[in-house]
Design a binder for this molecule. Structure first.
Ligand code: SAM
Length: 287
């Protein structure tokens, strides 16, 4: 992966897949080197503001609703009655905002390693951080790997791993030991969800390995849900759900149909459709 900012175009190159994604940039709004990563925010011509970490596109104003709705709602509507939710990563706070839409949730703790991400989101993506004052929300800035190591057994209903790609500070979030600890921390009936990269590029590698590791960590049910994400490699992304005594291949459909949350992508039909894995994915994930 490499990036360039030439003649007003931001380009992220995915060398190993012979492809790239570009956005026309009108202004550099913010740049900082944190202890963990390089963070930049650009204004773009047609996608609103763009956040980039270590050269990787994180989110834009225009299409982040796809990712944030799909990492939050399938897991929360799969759990029978989620009350205690933990988000690892997710510093832009978009996932937190979606979780807080669920009135039954009592408490959400977000643990991102890098406070700079949240401070930049407050300034340049204020709609994502609009719910941060909710009394049910707690924001911590610490290593999620360590936090999970120290968390109490059987204490969380839904665990959301909203991380960067499995390199740098996020590498440990894709390891079997980490998943074993997540399993320990979840209550019976608990649901884990992890962003799991591109169905097109990674079904036979990262996603397949993640699903195997989830099984080895003790999870008894696994489901990978693909969804469109124009600004990520291949334009197509996925989340993978894993259940601890919860069947993640079904969900509370009637509750989704009845919800009055102002959602832009997630519906019962979208959830059902995402569970219907395309044959090429089934072949690459299960062969
Ligand atoms: N939507 C994005 C994607 O899929 O590329 C991810 C968004 S979110 C900004 C990712 C966050 O994970 C970043 O803010 C980063 O600081 C955080 N992160 C990376 N490694 C972490 C770790 N070990 N513990 C906690 N947060 C971590």
């Amino acid at each position: 992966m490499s990036t360039s900012l030439d003649s007003g175009w931001f380009t992220e190159v995915f060398d190993s897949h012979g492809s790239a994604f570009s956005l026309k940039v009108t202004e550099t709004l913010h740049e900082v080197q944190s202890p963990y990563q390089h963070l930049a925010v650009y204004a773009t011509e047609t996608f609103g503001n763009l956040m980039v970490l270590d050269g990787c596109v994180m989110l834009t104003d225009r299409d982040n609703f796809l990712y944030h709705e799909m990492i939050a709602h399938p897991a929360l509507f799969t759990h029978a009655d989620p009350k205690r939710v933990v988000i690892i990563g997710g510093g832009d706070c978009g996932t937190l905002r979606e979780v807080l839409r669920h009135p039954g949730v009592d408490r959400v703790t977000q643990i991102d390693i890098d406070e700079e991400v949240t401070r930049a989101a407050e300034r340049f993506f204020p709609s994502l951080t609009a719910s941060n004052d909710d009394p049910r929300a707690e924001l911590l800035f610490a290593d999620g790997v360590k936090w999970i190591e120290e968390a109490a057994d059987d204490s969380v209903d839904v665990l959301i791993i909203d991380s960067t790609d499995p390199v740098g500070p996020a590498e440990g979030l894709f390891k079997t030991d980490f998943l074993r600890r997540c399993h320990r921390v979840l209550r019976a009936g608990g649901v884990l969800v992890q962003q799991s990269e591109s169905p097109l590029y990674h079904s036979g590698s990262i996603i397949r390995e993640l699903r195997r590791d989830m099984g080895e960590a003790g999870f008894d049910s696994v489901a990978t849900l693909p969804f469109p994400q124009p600004v990520y490699p291949s334009g197509w992304w996925s989340v993978t759900l894993a259940g601890k005594g919860a069947d993640v291949t079904s969900f509370r459909e009637a509750a989704v149909v009845a919800t009055e949350m102002p959602l832009e992508y997630y519906t019962a039909a979208a959830h059902r459709g995402a569970l219907a894995l395309p044959p090429f994915m089934r072949r690459l994930l299960e062969d």
